[in-house]
Structure formats: C-alpha cells, structure tokens
Write a protein that binds this ligand. Structure first.
Ligand code: BGC
Length: 766
C-alpha cells in the first residue's frame, strides 16, 4: 500500500509538520503550495461514469499522481518536503465507498459493509446504536486507508420526494443532530475524521448545484441549522462540507456569515470546511468566506487563488488561516501518523453490527394478530423485492458490499418454509426483466425499476391453499442527482393489483397478509392498509437486510423503531408540496421555504392535518404504560428535570421510545403546538419490568429565534411537558411556569432572505 508520508533527505532543513509549530510550516510554504493545499487533487471516478462527467471533473493532477484508495472521492495534495501527507476523503454515509476490485485483481478485495441507511438509523431513536455503527464504520475506514469519511449527512426531510432523503435522518433537527453527533463520535473514536454535510438547506436534488433556497432566518436557525449546531457542539467533527445550493442569494460555500460568523464564531467549530464536489463558482469568495478547501479541485482554481493573493483579492492572512485549519486536521489524520492500514477490516464483526442496527430501526405500522410469524410457517413471499432486496440508495451514498442477504434467504435461514414454486417464478421473472431493460448509464442515470410480476386470481388462490401466510414486499429506490416524481409516492397499478389479489385469496381462506415496505421514502399507505393485516416498514436495511427483516417478523427481536419523519396520507398534505422543488418547476432557480418553521409534525400538529402515521409512531409486540411523570419544580429556574416511569405491560420483552414534547404559552412568537425536546429508548424490558427515564430542560429548550432581535427568547407563561409514545399518543403531561421572559442567547443578525417571505402562520399566530 502507498503511504504518502515521505520526508526526503533534501527537505530536512524545512520545518516539518508535527515537529515544528504549524505557523512555521505555514511560513515555509510557497504561495503555490498553499494554493495547492486548499484545492483537492482531482477525482478518479468509477468506470460507470459517463465521459461527459468524467472529463469535466478530471484534472491533470489526478492523472499525474497515483492516488491511493481507489474509488475514494477526493485527496489532498501532499508536500513531502514539509512532512505534509495526502489525506484520503471517502463517502459516506451508509458505509465506506471505495472500489472493491482494483486492477482486475480479485485476489485482494476491498468490500465494505453496507450499513442500514440513515433514515433507518434515526428510526432507532437510539444514539448508542448509531454510535456502534459509527465505530464499525470508522474501523473499516481506518483499515482501508481513509482519513476523512464524508458522512454523516443531516439535511432535513423537508419533502418526501427529495432523492437523497435516505441519506438523511429526520424531519426534526433534534433527532438529526443527535444521530449525527453519535455517528461522528463513533467514527472519530477510531482516529478517522468525518465531514458533516451538506451545510445547509440542501433539501432537494432538482438543480441542486445552483438553486437558490430562500428561507427566513428563523426557519434556518430553528430547523435547518439546528442539527448541525448540535453535531458541532456535541461531537466536534473534523470537517464540515458546505452544500451545492445558494442560500438567500449566495452559494453556501461563499457565505462568510454562514461559514465563519455562525459556524466558527457562534458555535466554536475548529476544523476545516470543504466544498461539496465542484460546489460554488468563485474560489476567491470561497477562500474569503472560510471555505478552507475546494473539492475535488482543479488547476484553474489553484491559479485563480494564486492570482487573487498576488492582486490582493485574498489577503495572505486569509489564505494562511485556511491552510492552518487544514494542517491542524492533517496532524490528527492516520496519514500523518503513518498508519499502516491492513486493507483487512473485520467485515464479519461489522456485518453483525449492521444486522443488529437494522432490527432496531424497523417500524411496525400495523399488526392485526399477523405477527410475529409462528415457527415453521409456510410463507408465500410475493413482490419483486422479496427476491431482489434494496439495501440502500444510489449515488455517492451507495456502498460496494460483498453480498446482500435477500429476504427469501433470511426467512429460510430463520426456519420458515418458503414456497419454492413462487420463488422460482419470481427469480426467473426478475432475471429476464433485468436482461431486457436498458443498461444503467452510470451514477446519475439508474436503470428503470422492474414492474411487479403479475399475480392472477388463480395463482393467488393456489398460493393461499398451499401456504399459511402471505408476505408481500414492495420496494422503492431513489438517489443522488434526481428527486422522485410525484407519481412515485403512489403505488403503481401492478402493486395495487398484487395486494388486492393476494389479500382476497388469503383472507378468503382465513389467512393473514403482511406487507414489508422496502424503501426509504414515504409512499401512500392509507389507501390500502385496511386490506392487509400487518405492515412492517423495513426501510433500506443494509447488506444484512433479509436476516434483519426475518429477525423482526419472527419476533426474535421486538420491533422498537419509531418514525422520525411523518408519513402523510397524501402527497398534497405535505406542507412544502405546493412549492417543491421551486420555480419554474421543471428547472427550479429558486425554492422558497414558505412553510417556515412548520416542517413535518410541527405542521401536521399545529394545522390539524391527520397523517397516515405520525411522527414518533411505531408498534411493538408488547405494550407499555407510562406513569409517575414528575417535574423537579413547577416553576422554571434555569433548569428542570423531568422523570417518567415506563412499564412493559404486555407479555413479551420489548423496548419503548419515550418522547418529550413541549408546548409553549401563546403570548410570544408564533410556535408549533408542540416540539420534541427530549427522547430516550428504554433497555429491553421484560414483561412487568419498569424503567425510570429522566430528561433535562434548559432555557434553550424553551426558546425560539426572534429575527427582530436576533436572539433566542422564551415567553413568560405556562409550559406543558407532554410525555408520549408518539407525537399523537401523549400519555402524561405536567405544567410549569416561567415567571418572566428570558433572552437565552444573542446571535449575529445574519443570513437575511433579502425581501420578506410570506411564511405560513397559524391563525392565532402573531
Ligand atoms: C455529494 C457529496 C459527496 C461528494 C463526493 C457529491 O456529489 O453531494 O455528498 O460526498 O459528491 O462523492
């Protein structure tokens, strides 16, 4: 393997990174070297990428150097004379994205573990699970020679059609922030850096490279920045990746107020900021804004930066600051430490982590005595994805894993009797359909999905006669480069016919029908849920998919996943539906976040729109009761502790997620009817067992951002603490008083939208 830390004899007189103070190293760098350090080395793209994209991105540097870790996304320039090695940057977020076979030599492979997608991980509501995934991910990155993992991604689920929602955690910034923090902690505990991305308000793929996101300061602060703030303050990521889009008129990578005032001055970020790949259009503005590194980088950017320093458009001090930020991170990197990576991570151990995590985030939506499946049940498994499972989304978030466990395999391994005749037909059908469809044009043009295999009444009746239960799997995929079409929210005619034929046949014989949803994005469920007996939302569960789904269907693992994003009844119910992806709709130049702070449950609850399944929802095979919710005081004196007791009131062991929502008095800024301010998952509780959980409320939890004063304020009055099993299943509540208005924090008056936005407001709002 190639470790680019070399210190040739001729360079001994120059100050060496790690030996001399960083400022001396910076002082010894030539302008050319500094400009190269702040610009990446170009990119080697996978062979599937069309030439049009390849030619645009490839630089002479990428050809010149033999870059280590094939398939990584970016590299930094090495300067052997100063003891500065090259760092390897690799995607993200479902696992290490590198090339599995190099130079057509399969005697040594570089497969990576495909973990469950972020959407599933957030549904665990358990940061410790996410941290364990992070540790395994970090170990893998370390052993494959990666210095910075380009993950986690924590943009907000603003609209269900965003093609990259699978990479993101939640519609709620508290969940997104804490999940991202857990991932950063896990990965960085292994000595590898992270890059939290995409900073910020990059919530669609349509025209992502240039669209202007127009959003109020309040929505930015409370919804879109909040998760990043939590991750930065709690977990100290080595790097931040600015996003492709503009915010309020300016590319994020070119906004000093975003990258310096907010990120560093207000939040205390100490690492370096890199662009998203080819993001922004002005290297000078990027350098000045505090976007320390441009990725993947090209010679033109290097030359522009050199010219700008010479002509005074970039101060020497500014470039030195950016160089210093980068060198401080290089000092921590495995490359700098000369880590002799093995290319042999413990994939076996990581597969177990992936399987466990997957079971923890699946959400049981419906169960009319259909699940868990009894031992040795005869199962008729319908649906293409029962035999062709989707383990993760597409694009830079795709992983090259060694294998994936199909659902049919998982069910057989769990001891179920699968209808072999059906299996054979599906396999044959899928093979033929794949052979006949047009080939993938690469990364950004995936192949068409295969239509569901038709099942007629006669076939459905035969299967019902020969089996005890039907499992129908429905799949959806999406990815980088495109949003989903609105029609993708609805089931196809073939999917609807499949459910109907199977449900009619099995129900006629008194047998149950279970649907497994193998997708990462909301689809219509309300229109067909009454036709089936059980629905498990398995998400895109990573390479151990079949085993993990079987673990939950069989009851080996109690389903303890809860929705971290609302599932709407209809697409038109989504608060951003009327103005996504912006105008003009076929080529959006601008998207206005007219719904303001009313994203997700904040909207559905405040405006009384009933979702199909609400935020926080999910069933177990057991039941839980909530008692003894107590506050440490009935008036707020700077801090308040909330305790509540959860008891397993059912017959099998399980875990519950306890959610704390807060409702504020109505005499201040307009507020959502309630907001999530705390959450915790119980340990595995045996029937009858209890656990007391405790939450702390701080002044910041009471406050909202007032753009008039650029400060976080909490109105005086009565607050209600609502403890529940979902946002609409509140089991206990208690109130406390805040005697007088609090100004919790004063921030900088930045990030204005230019002209005011006519934002959605509740009728009683001010
Ligand atoms: C994506 C990033 C990714 C980068 C490098 C970009 O297209 O938006 O998330 O890290 O490519 O692959």
């Amino acid at each position: 393997m190639l470790v680019l830390l070399t210190t040739p004899a001729f360079s001994q007189s120059a100050p060496q990174l790690g030996k001399a103070p960083v400022k001396d190293v910076v002082g010894a760098m030539t302008l050319q070297e500094k400009a190269q350090l702040v610009v990446g080395m170009g990119m080697q793209l996978p062979p599937s990428v069309p030439d049009s994209i390849r030619n645009r991105m490839k630089t002479s540097d990428a050809k010149k150097y033999s870059l280590p870790v094939a398939g990584a996304a970016g590299w930094t320039h090495p300067f052997p004379r100063l003891g500065i090695p090259s760092m390897v940057l690799s995607d993200g977020p479902a696992g290490v994205r590198i090339q599995p076979i190099r130079n057509q030599d399969s005697s040594q492979t570089y497969y990576a573990t495909a973990f469950p997608v972020a959407r599933l991980l957030a549904s665990t509501w358990d940061p410790s699970v996410v941290q364990d995934v992070g540790k395994a991910y970090g170990e893998e990155a370390h052993e494959y020679g990666v210095d910075v993992a380009l993950t986690p991604a924590l943009n907000i689920h603003r609209n269900p059609l965003n093609g990259r929602n699978f990479e993101y955690y939640s519609e709620d910034p508290l969940i997104a922030g804490h999940m991202a923090a857990a991932m950063v902690e896990g990965i960085q505990s292994q000595g590898v850096g992270t890059s939290i991305k995409h900073f910020v308000a990059n919530n669609q793929e349509a025209n992502r490279n240039s669209v202007n996101t127009t959003v109020s300061e309040r929505a930015l602060r409370e919804i879109y920045l909040k998760g990043f703030e939590i991750a930065v303050k709690n977990a100290h990521p080595w790097t931040v990746m600015s996003s492709y889009n503009r915010v309020n008129g300016t590319y994020t990578s070119q906004r000093h107020d975003l990258l310096t005032t907010v990120l560093r001055d207000e939040w205390g970020f100490k690492g370096f900021v890199m662009t998203d790949w080819t993001g922004g259009d002005d290297p000078i503005a990027q350098m000045n804004a505090g976007n320390d590194m441009l990725q993947p980088g090209n010679d033109n950017q290097i030359n522009q930066i050199i010219d700008a320093v010479q002509s005074g458009k970039i101060d020497k001090e500014t470039l030195d600051r950016n160089v210093t930020n980068i060198l401080n991170i290089i000092l921590k990197s495995p490359a700098f430490k000369g880590y002799d990576y093995s290319n042999n991570p413990d994939l076996h151990a990581h597969a177990k982590v992936a399987r466990h995590a997957a079971t923890q985030g699946m959400v049981l939506l419906k169960n009319d005595n259909a699940l868990p499946l009894k031992k040795s049940t005869h199962i008729a498994a319908f649906g293409n994805t029962s035999y062709d499972i989707i383990i993760g989304g597409r694009g830079s978030g795709q992983v090259n894993q060694a294998y994936k466990v199909q659902l049919n395999q998982g069910l057989s391994d769990a001891g179920y009797n699968l209808d072999q005749y059906l299996k054979k037909d599906y396999k044959k059908y899928i093979k033929k359909a794949k052979a006949n469809r047009p080939k993938s044009q690469g990364f950004f043009s995936p192949p068409e999905p295969i239509a569901e295999m038709p099942i007629n009444t006669q076939r459905a009746n035969e299967e019902a006669t020969n089996n005890d239960v039907a499992v129908i799997t429905l799949g959806r995929n999406s990815g980088e480069g495109a949003d989903r079409a609105q029609s993708d929210f609805y089931l196809t005619g073939k999917e609807q016919s499949l459910i109907k034929a199977v449900a009619d046949a099995f129900h006629a014989q008194g047998k149950k029908v279970v649907v497994v949803l193998n997708l990462a994005e909301p689809v219509d469920i309300a229109s067909w849920r009454d036709d089936v007996d059980g629905i498990l939302l398995a998400w895109q569960p990573g390479q151990e998919a079949g085993h993990a789904i079987a673990d939950v269907l069989s009851g080996k693992v109690d389903p303890s996943g809860r929705l971290a994003t609302t599932l709407p009844v209809d697409y038109s119910d989504v608060p951003s539906a009327s103005h996504f992806p912006g105008t003009p709709a076929n080529d959006p130049k601008q998207v206005i976040y007219k719904e303001g702070i009313y994203t997700g449950y904040r909207y559905y609850d405040t405006f009384d729109v009933k979702p199909a399944y609400e935020f926080g929802y999910g069933l177990s095979y057991t039941t839980f009761s909530f008692d003894n919710t107590k506050l440490s005081s009935s008036s707020f004196g700077g801090k308040l502790t909330v305790t509540t007791q959860v008891t397993n009131s059912g017959n099998t062991a399980g875990k519950e997620v306890v959610q704390l929502y807060l409702s504020a008095p109505s005499n201040g800024l307009d507020k959502p009817s309630q907001e999530l301010k705390g959450f915790a998952k119980t340990k595995l509780l045996q029937p009858g067992a209890s656990q007391t959980l405790s939450f702390e409320l701080t002044p910041a939890d009471l406050a909202s951002f007032n753009p008039q004063t650029a400060s976080w304020e909490a109105a005086a009055g009565t607050y209600t603490v609502r403890i529940g099993a979902s946002s609409r299943d509140i089991r206990q509540s208690q109130t406390f008083k805040l005697d007088s208005k609090l100004t919790v924090e004063k921030d900088h008056d930045v990030l204005h939208p230019g002209s005011p936005i006519n934002e959605l407001k509740p009728k009683s709002g001010k």
